[in-house]
Write a protein that binds this ligand. Structure first.
Ligand SMILES: Cc1ncc(COP(=O)(O)O)c(C=O)c1O
Length: 449
């Protein structure tokens, strides 16, 4: 007789409404209108899913952020971080508000020129700039933010060969007390690498050092970190002045201000911990003003804020396509939009709000997308009202990074609309179709039959 294999019995408990480490899994109150237009009407007019950007919110947020800095410091310039959202319509709203462009590739550089940004108002960041990019930036008097010595030496050679002037800054990485330290980009402050880069530039023939740049990280909750960054950058600017009699025209503090999304696994909701623009501005500008600037002439303060300016203005409108029970009894809502359209769902607990008034009763629910992939989960274990197929949902605060880091995968990427300040809705990017997606493909002759 064969001995039966023993398996440990498992009793699985259904846990509706059990508190997690941050308390009860909350549901979300309905969002039934956006900028005064009913969500139901929007979905009837434009189908599902689609992205919607609020121009009003873009402008309001920009003005609030700019005011916070400009009211405390006399010389402030914002540069719109293209990679955060480089839809032309979005970029143009920020440019109309007065922002320059901050780009990190030849592609983004071309986009900024296309959007009418004068060359001398484009900041060219990033670890990869081809010789062609560098030459173009020199011709247009853009500022080249150097990332590493190879790039610095390439530019010195190129400017010598072409006998052309280049306006440059260096990107500096530094310890500001935050973890992890972003030391992959730029020249390091603490080991004097940044100072050596400055020495090379000052002794080169055609490079003019106009600024110093840092981007200390992203979703930075500590305003103190920015204060430290200002102190270190100022020390370098003052040393450059003392050693070479050369004035640094601006300090660029990069981006990194947190948006109002809550990070995955965070103990506190964003609303309780994210500093206001005023708090960031206070830390940065007071540190700038405390420095002993020669002739009482402080440098410009540049900022490349991305997510904090645009996240709030973006929505994804989607619909429930089906509901089902998972094997452990939880409910699943299958939406017609998945994680390929919501890149930031990997960092944030994105809020999925019903787009209609709902039942009071709730059920423990996973919210998933339509992709035939197990990773396509937007939220797990929410106490959620009982939506039905066809019901709309609204995912707010998705204006940053989702429309640039989205992935065409399994489904087409949907249209993007912008609602203007008088509630007119404009198509700003068409939804994809087969023809668009296949236009770069070629079928070899022997496969045509
Ligand atoms: C150089 C630079 N500037 C600005 C930004 C925008 O950052 P954030 O969206 O965190 O404000 C980034 C993003 O990584 C960046 O790399």
């Amino acid at each position: 007789m064969k001995k039966n294999k023993f398996e440990v019995p498992v009793i699985q408990r259904v846990n509706p409404g059990m508190p997690g480490k941050t308390g009860m899994g909350q549901g979300y109150s309905p969002i039934t209108e956006i900028d005064g237009i009913p969500v139901k009407e929007l979905i009837e007019r434009f189908g599902s899913p689609f992205y919607l950007i609020s121009e009003k919110k873009l402008r309001e947020t920009y003005r609030k952020a700019y005011q916070a800095f400009a009211s405390r410091y006399p010389r402030v310039q914002f540069a719109w971080s293209y990679k955060t959202n480089y839809l032309n319509a979005v970029c143009r709203v920020f440019h109309q508000e007065g922002a320059w462009a901050e780009v990190v590739s030849g592609f983004e550089y071309e986009k900024a020129l296309f959007n009418g940004v004068p060359g001398n108002q484009i900041i060219f960041n990033g670890p990869l700039k081809t010789e062609h990019d560098l030459e173009k930036a020199m011709d247009n008097q853009s500022v080249i933010h150097l990332d590493h010595f190879d790039e610095l030496f390439t530019l010195i050679r190129l400017s010598d060969r072409l006998q052309k002037k280049a306006r440059v800054a260096i990107r500096i990485n530094m310890d500001t007390g935050i973890f992890p330290k972003w030391d992959r980009f730029g020249f390091t402050y603490e080991n004097n690498e940044a100072w050596h880069a400055i020495e090379f530039i000052m002794q080169s023939g055609f490079l003019e050092l106009v600024g110093l740049h840092t981007h200390i990280g992203t979703y930075i909750l500590s305003t103190q970190a920015y204060r430290i960054a200002v102190q270190k950058m100022s020390a370098l600017a003052l040393k450059t002045n003392a050693t070479y009699g050369h004035r640094i025209q601006y300090l660029d503090l990069g981006g990194g201000f947190a948006s109002a999304n809550t990070l995955k696994g965070a103990y506190h909701a964003a609303a309780d911990v994210v500093p206001s623009f005023d708090a960031y501005a206070d830390a940065i500008t007071s540190a700038m003003l405390q420095q002993n600037w020669p002739d009482n002439n402080p440098p410009y303060l540049f900022l490349e804020t991305g997510r904090a300016l645009v996240d709030e203005a973006g929505y994804l409108l989607s619909s429930v396509t089906a509901t089902k029970r998972l094997s452990d009894g939880r409910r699943a809502l299958i939406l017609d939009a998945g994680v390929n359209l919501l890149f930031t769902t990997f960092w944030y607990e994105l809020e999925v709000h019903p787009g209609i008034e709902t039942t009071i009763s709730t059920d423990e629910t996973d919210i998933v997308g339509p992709l035939c992939m197990n990773i396509d989960v937007i939220r797990k274990n929410l106490k959620y009202p009982l939506l039905e197929p066809g019901d709309p949902v609204v995912i707010p605060r998705i204006g940053a990074y989702n429309m640039t880091q989205w992935m065409q995968f399994i489904t087409y990427r949907p249209a993007i609309y912008m609602v203007d300040e008088s509630q007119q809705v404009h198509l700003v990017r068409k939804g994809e179709d087969l023809q668009y997606l296949q236009q770069l493909e070629q079928v070899p002759d022997h496969l045509k039959k």
